[in-house]
Ligand binder design. Structure first.
Ligand code: URA
Length: 234
């Protein structure tokens, strides 16, 4: 692949911007020899401004989403892309969130440019569990686990019942809940159906991949194949 395309696909700029970088000698091989528009070097043999390139596609990252950021690319307000390297929003194929977390939901958000993986993780057909910790406005009443586990709960404005979800009570106003779908505001609406109100929501696992303890809010890391395999597991 031509160097201009390689760099543009990785988000280093539009083709015109990349060409400008190349004219300024910003891309070299590993020995420091300046590369130009006619070159087609392998990805691993290029330095951009002295640094190795971002990983090629397929790229999957785990991001610890803080509250106050939307998962949209179009939102004029604060978005998750504001917290990631600017190049990540410009890559082709684009790095998209694997399902969306609400603006005020925190925790584990996967982002990938691998369409098949994205489908595998969000399609309800594949039953990939997503686990959340929930803080509630009022004490749990005791009927919630049965209601959520029944497979008969129909959310307001919908006609298809939810799949059974597992609820584990952690405290008077705290619970862990595992769902296999990703309907709009699903957990908030489930607790509303149970007469309660969610005051805090954090995703702590996708499949068997847990949010790492050493990854603070706003931080991210690249996932290897073993971690991706864990995320796919039910
Ligand atoms: N359910 C919700 O209500 N919100 C989220 O962000 C995720 C699941």
């Amino acid at each position: 692949m031509k160097l201009v395309k390689l760099l543009a696909n990785l988000g280093y700029g539009s083709r015109t911007q990349v060409e400008r970088h190349l004219r300024k000698g910003h891309a070299t091989d590993l020995d420091g020899k300046v590369l130009g528009t006619k070159d087609s070097p392998p990805h691993g043999k290029v330095l951009f401004q002295g640094e190795p390139l971002d990983p090629p596609a397929p790229l999957t990252i785990l991001f610890h989403k803080p509250a106050g950021y939307t998962c949209s690319t179009e939102d004029p307000g604060d978005t998750i892309y504001d917290l990631l390297p600017a190049r990540f929003a410009l890559r082709n194929p684009v790095l998209s969130p694997v399902g969306r977390l609400d603006k005020d939901t925190t925790g584990l958000l996967l982002m990938t440019d691998d369409g098949q993986l994205l489908h595998r993780l969000i399609s309800p057909k594949h039953h990939v569990p997503k686990t959340y910790e929930v803080a509630l406005d009022r004490p749990l009443e005791g009927h919630e686990a049965e209601l959520f586990g029944s497979g008969e709960l129909v959310l307001r404005g919908e006609d298809q019942p939810l799949r059974p979800a597992q609820l584990e009570v952690l405290g008077e106003k705290e619970a862990r809940i595992t769902i296999e779908e990703g309907r709009y505001h699903q957990i908030r609406r489930m607790f509303a159906a149970a007469g309660n109100h969610v005051t805090g929501l954090k995703r702590v696992a996708v499949g068997r991949l847990a949010l790492p303890d050493d990854l603070d809010e706003g931080e991210w890391r690249i996932l290897d194949d073993a971690a991706i395999a864990l995320a796919k597991q039910g």
